[in-house]
Design a protein around this ligand. Structure first.
Ligand SMILES: [Fe+2]
Ligand SMILES: [Fe+2]
Length: 177
């Protein structure tokens, strides 16, 4: 498998979350009501899977190794854009976290804001994923030998293996205040 394989498989699951988020935004627009459980599930997925697990592997492993390669100016520019997009995505998610809190407290105007922010999140991710799948990943693989890609895959698996432990350690720490 090429090193981009697991990342592209993760993109497919992220896209399914985006479809669910779009449905949730639509439901809010139609009924004025947000489903707090669905919002919690979407945000947990975004934090743990899309950002920490998926963007984590891209930033800490793929981009790290590519930064040591003689990337063309175009590829360098696209990699810088992708890094910046991860930061922009986190800002949308922070806004969603805040609006979810206000929704929990019963603020009426929070529901339509959730719809707007969910829509912003899906728009952002769909474009970002397309840029990686269609533009950056094919170019990036050309800088990595087969051996380097196999080593990267091994590092990806190790990164994933640790994630479930980190996630539930954080859950227990939150429960213990
Ligand atoms: Fe990314
Ligand atoms: Fe990605």
């Amino acid at each position: 498998m090429q090193a981009r394989g697991p990342l592209m498989i993760e993109h497919r699951l992220i896209e399914r979350m985006l479809t669910a988020a779009e449905r949730q935004a639509q439901r809010i627009r139609e009924t004025g009501l947000a489903d707090p459980e669905a919002i919690d599930l979407i945000l947990d997925f975004v934090h743990t899977y899309a950002d920490r697990t998926h963007h984590g592997k891209e930033e800490d492993i793929l981009f790290r190794d590519l930064a040591r390669k003689p990337l063309s100016p175009d590829d360098q520019r696209v990699m810088a854009e992708l890094r910046q997009e991860h930061l922009d995505g986190r800002q949308i998610v922070r806004a969603l976290d805040g609006t979810r809190e206000r929704h929990r407290r019963g603020e009426a105007e929070a529901a339509p804001e959730l719809a707007t922010e969910l829509q912003a999140l899906t728009g952002f991710y769909r474009k970002h994923i397309a840029k990686e799948d269609q533009v950056f990943f094919p170019a990036a693989m050309a800088y990595l030998s087969d051996e380097e890609q196999q080593a990267m895959l091994a590092e990806f698996w190790e990164f994933d293996r640790k994630m479930i432990h980190a996630k539930y350690k954080a859950v227990i720490e939150a429960l213990q205040g």
